[in-house]
Design a protein around this ligand. Structure first.
Ligand code: SAH
Length: 280
């Protein structure tokens, strides 16, 4: 892995903080991530943020199918040509992941299912997660390195400070696990915070809800300190009395806040709410 630092030097590569470039060169960690993702020989893999291609290389060795990797920084091209020259199943796409049309991305794998494995750029981790989950891709799982703080929010339990709309929205369509905490010292250059590997196993049929439920959850959390009564009556223009009735019907305390509710309670509340109050 000393080799990669040399390749970066030879190409006079300059790390760009603005692109969230924190590379991994520790071979044990790279192998651990591939194992966490459970990449099988028959799996297509999408990586976001190729960097110097260290994780890409291990992914390429783990599968006989395609590894497609997206990188925004074109100055990495010569580095990647050198480092990935022997990886025949790897395709690099230069560009901003959020700017690729979902229809184009779907075609990369001929509509076949794929797994996402990535050490994500931290400044846009959340938008990338939502881009991947909201566009009906055929994704089996996402195994991603995130800031530790964001990771704890994704796996938070009700009644904790970390619990929020993001936690519930993810729990509606997947099972999320924090697999390992990773110290900042393994990255080059070192970020200011620790990281964690999280695995999101997609299960779209976990709860049978429609798209309006997503808005309902966002509206419930809109003012975190306020009660559900308050947030919902403001968002939907419904009198508090009526909301209290729906809360009672759903067996939820009248003064409950969004942060007190489990996903199951949210689904129950949403179903009663939409049935009785015909929300949009
Ligand atoms: N996978 C590599 C690099 C991780 S750093 C490793 O683990 O070593 C994150 C990478 O994402 C950087 O290379 C950065 O240039 C790239 N990146 C940042 N924003 C991006 C975007 N919007 N689309 C695609 N890649 C992006």
């Amino acid at each position: 892995m000393e080799e990669i630092n040399q390749i970066l030097k030879q190409n006079s590569f300059k790390f760009k903080h603005s692109f969230g470039q924190n590379f991994i060169t520790d071979i044990n960690l790279l192998n651990a991530i591939v194992k966490d993702a459970n990449v099988l020989r028959t799996d297509n893999v999408l990586e976001i943020g190729t960097g110097a291609g260290t994780l890409t290389k291990q992914l390429s060795e783990a599968t006989d199918k395609k590894v497609i990797t997206v990188e925004i920084d074109k100055t990495l091209e010569p580095v990647l040509k050198q480092n990935l020259s022997e990886c025949k199943n790897v395709e690099i796409k230069f560009g901003d992941i959020l700017k690729f049309k979902p229809s184009e991305l779907r075609q990369w794998f001929n509509n076949e299912p794929f797994k996402v494995v990535a050490n994500l750029p931290y400044y846009i981790s959340s938008p990338i997660i939502f881009y991947l989950l909201e566009n009906n891709f055929n994704i089996q799982s996402l195994t991603i390195m995130l800031q530790y703080e964001l990771a704890t929010r994704l796996v938070a339990k009700p009644n904790s400070a970390q619990y929020g709309a993001v936690t519930v929205l993810l729990d509606l369509i997947s099972n999320v696990k924090l697999i390992r905490k990773v110290p900042r010292t393994v990255f080059t250059p070192q970020p200011k915070v620790d990281s964690a590997v999280v695995r999101i196993d997609v299960d779209k049929n976990k709860w049978q809800v429609d798209d309006k439920c997503i808005n309902f959850i966002k509206n419930s959390f809109v003012m975190k300190r306020k009660t559900l009564q308050n947030n919902l009556s403001k968002s939907y223009g419904v009198e508090k009395d009526k909301i209290v009735q729906v809360l009672a019907l759903s067996e939820i305390e009248p003064l409950a806040r969004a942060e007190n509710l489990s996903t199951e309670q949210f689904v129950k509340l949403y179903n009663n709410f939409s049935k009785l109050l015909k929300i949009n």
